[in-house]
Design a protein around this ligand. Structure first.
Ligand code: CTP
Length: 398
């Protein structure tokens, strides 16, 4: 079993202090040991007792409190931490660290730790946009501190704008991924396509397919967490755009083709999980088609095979396609592998109940251009992404 990790959470004062409790509870559920340091201002918003109950560790909020152990507290926590998270991070704590001021428990611990430090800022939008605060953040980034950027929205003071603490689920996800993921894709650029494409018939109607984008988004997140530079070209999807990924939204086959070609030459690994429409309406009607008394017959014309275009232009990229099949799964997938000049094809049987569109899990078989076949059990789409990269890296290192 993996050794338990320790995260030291610095809580600085602001209305968002209560949200740090949710981050702690998520980290505890992931079996992470959590220690909390609160600034004096933070204790005015929520009592240390709440943090103590959730973290199940003593909360430090007074530097001059009688030491409970022989070690000097801030040094001991600074050493213990596998990662430090400052959430919420006020302008004050960031200003102090950026300018070398260490005058309380939190600022001294941040200065004394060698562990990675992440700031999740939260404050009033005008304060956040203040050039001094922006300059301090720029400085911290240049020193190697990491940031979980705030969201935009309605703030406690009633203003609307940047400065809202990032989603707590996302903060916890970022921490967990920083602690556990191997960074074996660092230095590589990964292009992923996801979701459906659509073809408009008239101003109000279009055809599309049942793809939700779940598979491609999971692959993009996996690549990001393993250190890759990631571009996600996505058809319409209701999923949240993943943080730390360049997201290029597209609608049609043609838009997807253009977006992909823009990035293709500089990519190392390209994974086409999008369900691209093979046909588009032959005659797009500028006006809404009116109903008549009889049947309606629409004509469709062939659209580009994006993956085949990429296969034809392949240089050093590892090119991976998906094959959505309802019969003769392996045979059809192998046909696509060679026809589109791929390195791997991930075949899935879309009729299987724990696989395919909209499902959170997938059951796939990965076939390499050397004929190697890897059949996987049903697993989460994220895990499928993990297996794909494991395989690609293993072969690259062979
Ligand atoms: N693909 C593509 N462009 C298309 C159709 C498919 O780039 N016009 C890509 C998909 O992203 C996927 C792979 O090709 O990676 C296979 O897609 P799939 O829909 O299974 O196969 P098709 O080639 O469209 O063949 P068919 O629909 O006849 O099974």
């Amino acid at each position: 079993m993996e050794q338990q990790k320790t995260v030291v959470i610095g809580v600085s004062g602001g209305v968002a202090v209560y949200k740090a409790l949710d981050v702690i509870s998520r980290l505890r559920k992931a079996n992470i040991n959590v220690h909390v340091i609160m600034t004096k201002a933070a204790t005015e918003f929520v009592t240390p007792l709440s943090f103590q109950s959730l973290s199940q560790n003593m909360v430090i909020h007074n530097m001059f409190e009688e030491p409970r152990a022989w070690e000097i507290q801030h040094i001991s926590l600074a050493k213990k931490a596998d990662l430090m998270l400052i959430a919420p991070a006020t302008a004050n704590i960031m200003g102090k660290v950026a300018n070398g001021i260490a005058d309380d428990m939190l600022s001294t611990t941040i200065m004394a730790t060698k562990a990675p430090v992440m700031f999740a800022p939260a404050m009033n939008t005008n304060m956040y946009n203040n050039p001094i605060v922006q300059e301090n953040m720029r400085k911290l980034k240049a020193y190697g501190y990491d940031f979980i950027e705030p969201a935009s929205g309605r703030l406690a003071c009633g203003d609307v704008g940047d400065g809202k603490l990032a989603d707590t689920e996302l903060i916890a996800e970022r921490v967990i991924s920083a602690l556990y993921e191997p960074k074996d894709l660092k230095g590589l650029k990964v292009l992923v396509t996801a979701g459906p494409t659509i073809s408009a018939i008239d101003p109000v109607r279009f055809i599309t397919n049942r793809s939700t984008g779940k598979m491609g988004y999971a692959i993009a997140e996996e690549a990001r967490d393993r250190g890759a530079e990631v571009v996600l070209v996505t058809g319409p999807s209701s999923l949240k755009p993943p943080f730390g990924v360049k997201v290029v939204p597209v609608n049609t086959n043609e838009e997807m083709l253009n977006a992909v070609l823009q990035e293709y030459d500089s990519c190392d690994i390209v994974i086409k999980s999008a369900a691209v429409a093979d046909y588009k309406a032959k005659n797009y009607s500028e006006e809404k088609i009116k109903k008549g008394s009889g049947d309606l017959v629409l004509e469709f014309t062939r659209d580009s095979d994006i993956l085949k275009t990429l296969g034809d232009r392949k240089k050093n990229q590892v090119l991976i396609g998906f094959a959505a099949e309802s019969n003769e799964v392996l045979q059809n997938a192998k046909g696509k592998l060679s026809k589109k000049n791929l390195d791997y094809i991930v075949a899935n049987d879309i009729t299987s109940k724990d696989a395919g569109f909209a499902s959170d899990s997938n059951k796939v078989t990965i076939i390499s251009n050397k004929g190697e076949i890897t059949s996987l059990d049903s697993m989460s789409k994220r895990l499928v992404g993990q297996k794909i990269f494991d395989l690609v890296l293993k072969h690259n290192n062979d």
